[in-house]
Design a binder for this molecule. Structure first.
Ligand code: CA
Ligand code: CA
Ligand code: CA
Ligand code: CA
Length: 402
């Protein structure tokens, strides 16, 4: 057998006998190149692959990824793993890296985000959509009405009002229960009387409901019926219900002007059940106002508060409660606070100091509270907690609707 014919196959055990035969025939030199031929398979490597150290000179003499250091094949030092602790670059480390970002792959989720109504806990406080859902209506600038959608944070303008110049919004516009109309009051300065209108939002048409002396505050009893305050000869302050077409005018309450002093022209509210809550001064002084309640037809008049302070601006919250601005001092107070009372006159309570007004959410489960020198907060009745409300550029808040 010639040398070049000796292959690996020749070395297999089945051929071992022939190989030994070859050696025995005196061609022993063949074993030397055979050994070199197999060195690439490791027979001549310094590294036996286990943890024992072997002499080496070059990295190529070491197995696998091992390298030659000080003539020894050793495992290379472990590279420190590069870990991105803020994957979404929102400035907050992931919770698993000791941070507060509950979703480190979404830069719109972190503790500084607003928890818009999207079914996600956007601000990582383990509560979902705590600021509530629906639309908040408000006035901005010289009388433009907007709403902000709490699901999308988008603002939508109700366009009619932006065309008005120097419009008098001293009596706040009111949105109808079905959100299709806006009622508002303008003044005829020549005649010295107020005019109550409503705007049909879909068609941008404006319709006059009624005009008369003292026509001012107003509220919706249903989608087609309103209550407003006015004045009639006598002189008397009056509260009147009326259909949108100006028909079915019904005087619900009258009070001699001399007695009212600070009476019916103040903001009042109507409930979905058709009740009316309002404030008047029972003794005719401006330092005393109390909250009254009556049915939409003027029946069942009832005085609710009786604390000798200034109580005004009632707002229905749910079926059994009224919230109102309260001050123990007088009716021009610096310390306006928020009080509540049940519809039967029980449970009169100071709820919050410095907050004095609120809008109830469509399901009455929350209220957006505002006040003097305090940030707007959402009051969640289920948890009794207050949550930060996103900053909105508004002049006056109007209502919170679906
Ligand atoms: Ca992050
Ligand atoms: Ca994030
Ligand atoms: Ca959310
Ligand atoms: Ca949350």
């Amino acid at each position: 057998m010639k040398l070049e014919q000796i292959t690996e196959n020749e070395f297999k055990p089945s051929r071992f006998k022939n190989f030994l035969t070859t050696i025995s025939k005196g061609i022993l030199y063949a074993t030397i190149p055979l050994a070199f031929a197999t060195s690439s398979a490791g027979l001549l490597s310094c590294d036996n692959g286990d943890n024992s150290l072997q002499d080496c000179v070059y990295n190529s003499e070491c197995k696998g990824a091992r390298i030659c250091v000080n003539n020894e094949c050793v495992n290379p030092p472990e590279e420190p793993e590069t870990v991105n602790e803020d994957n979404d670059n929102d400035g907050f480390k992931a919770i698993i890296h000791g941070g507060t970002d509950c979703d480190d792959f979404d830069d719109f989720i972190n503790p500084e985000q607003t928890d818009w109504c999207d079914g996600v806990d956007n601000n990582c406080n383990n509560l979902t959509d705590e600021i509530g859902c629906g639309k908040i209506y408000f006035i901005r600038g010289n009388g433009t009405i907007f709403n902000i959608n709490l699901s999308t944070s988008e603002e939508t303008e109700i366009p009619y009002f932006s065309t008005l110049q120097n419009f008098n919004f001293s009596h706040f516009p009111k949105i109808s229960p079905d959100n299709s109309k806006v009622s508002f009051v303008d003044y005829d300065l020549m005649e010295g009387q107020g005019i109550l209108y409503y705007l049909d939002i879909a068609t941008s048409t404006v319709n006059k409901i009624v005009e008369g002396p003292g026509v001012g505050e107003h509220s919706w009893l249903s989608n087609n019926k309103m209550v407003y305050s006015g004045r009639m000869n006598g002189p008397k302050d009056i509260m009147v219900s009326i259909d949108l077409d100006g028909s079915n005018k019904q005087i619900l309450y009258t009070k001699p002007l001399a007695e009212s002093a600070s009476g019916l022209y103040l903001p009042f509210d109507t409930s979905p059940e058709g009740k009316i809550a309002f404030s008047i001064s029972p003794n005719g002084t401006k330092a005393l106002r109390e909250i009254y309640l009556m049915n939409g037809d003027g029946d069942n008049l009832m005085r609710l508060t009786n604390n000798g302070g200034c109580n005004f601006g009632p707002v229905f919250g749910g079926a059994d409660k009224i919230y109102y601005t309260c001050s123990p001092e007088d009716c021009f107070p610096d310390d306006k606070n928020l009080c509540s009372i049940s519809l039967d006159g029980s449970n009169q309570k100071l709820e919050f100091e410095k907050y004095y007004g609120l809008l109830f959410s469509p399901d009455n489960s929350k209220a957006l509270m505002f006040g003097r020198g305090v940030e707007d907060k959402v009051w969640d009745f289920k948890s009794s907690e207050l949550f930060q409300f996103p900053w909105i550029d508004y002049n006056s808040l109007l209502t919170w609707r679906k």
